[in-house]
Design a protein around this ligand. Sequence first.
Ligand code: AMP
Length: 217
Amino acid sequence: MSLTKKNLIFLGAPGAGKGTISNLLLAKVKLAHISTGDLLRAEVAAKSELGLAAGKIMASGGLVPDEIVAKMVRARLAKDDCREGFILDGFPRTIQQAELLDAALKEIHSQIDAVIYLHVDDETLLQRLTARLNCRGCDAIYNKLFMPPKVEGVCDKCGSALYQRSDDSLETAKQRLSVFYKQTEPLIEFYRKAGLLMTFEKGDPNAIVDQMISDLK
Ligand code: AMP
């Protein structure tokens, strides 16, 4: 299946479902998945210079400097698989990142077609974050309360062990939400003014993805 609007940004607070909904959409539509959180966690795991600097900031719930993240995304967008369309999951997170993204896309004669804003209330966000489980072996995401795996602690898809992200503790999750409201929320108005914003309210992830596909066709 292909979409008319295929260069997408997923915008939403931590826990809004950007990763979960990306995975469901990617199962139906061929797009490159660019999660800056995943790219940064890979740098942390590899103990690269970037990873060592970013790891401390991530552990505190803050944002990694705009230029560093934008440079990483710019390199990723230049890869061939992005020509068929992409999901930017968790980027941009500041107005400056949005401007750096715009410049990077202009250089490669590309543009954003739609910004998907996932709107979820704070109480649900905190409940979801503190009960979230991630797979060590693949991109699967579970939730102890709302979307448990069939066997406790084991990924349904690949059988690897599940773990809780260290920044999903209650204290750090609250800090990440406050960073979202201060630094990322202004992007909603920014993209609304640009005529790109599509808002989806909290709901069944499969239903959200079906609606999204029909709106992006
Ligand atoms: P995520 O997996 O999207 O929740 O990201 C985890 C952490 O990585 C965030 O709390 C930030 O510390 C960092 N991070 C991810 N994306 C960005 C970004 N676009 N700008 C700055 N920091 C980011």
